[in-house]
Design a protein around this ligand. Structure first.
Ligand SMILES: [Zn+2]
Length: 176
């Protein structure tokens, strides 16, 4: 397995609509494992392929609390086949928007159909944090970030701050 570099916003690679996976073969499976390792090390609870620069519909999620057995999901071509009317609000963060958080309301329960790491079609019903996390990661596959769900004012503050940090980092590395 390998740890992949995570793309930080703002970046055009985070705004693309990703392509479906034809089948989950060895290469896709390896990418899923690398993404899981990258996510765990970050640490995070979810990661989408575009965050590591790959425009394919692949996500990994593991919301098990630290110290408890891992519950990793590897999903290709995830689709929401049902969502509850009931919403739930979580404070969301994102590995591509480091140290930024905002409250986002999403359906509290969703039924998701996907291809697993063995190319089998699976369907699960997720609720609470798992449901939120899957929806957050699926948004990435359509170029949507959690800040796209909040007010333009708050979004611009966050994106401006990230841009500034990026610039400062680029200058620092040129100097080094
Ligand atoms: Zn994210």
């Amino acid at each position: 397995m390998a740890v992949l570099p995570i793309i930080v916003a703002p970046d055009p690679r985070l705004k693309v609509k990703c392509k479906p996976v034809e089948r989950v073969d060895t290469d896709v499976r390896k990418l899923m494992d690398d993404m899981l390792e990258t996510m765990e090390l970050a640490p995070g609870v979810g990661l989408a392929a575009p965050q590591v620069g790959i425009a394919k519909r692949i996500i990994v999620v593991d919301v098990a609390p630290s110290g408890e057995p891992r519950q990793p999901y590897r999903m290709a071509n995830p689709e929401i086949v049902w969502a509850s009317d009931e919403k739930v609000v979580f404070e969301e963060g994102c590995l591509s928007l480091p140290e930024e958080f905002a409250e986002v309301a999403r359906p509290a329960r969703v039924r998701v159909r996907y291809l697993d790491h063995e190319n089998e079609i699976r369907e699960i019903e997720a609720k609470d944090m798992l449901a939120t996390c899957i929806q957050h990661e699926m948004d990435h596959l359509d170029g949507v970030l959690f800040v796209d769900h909040i007010s333009a004012l708050k979004r611009n503050i966050i994106l401006r701050r990230l841009k500034k940090e990026k610039k400062a980092k680029a200058t620092a590395s040129v100097g080094a």
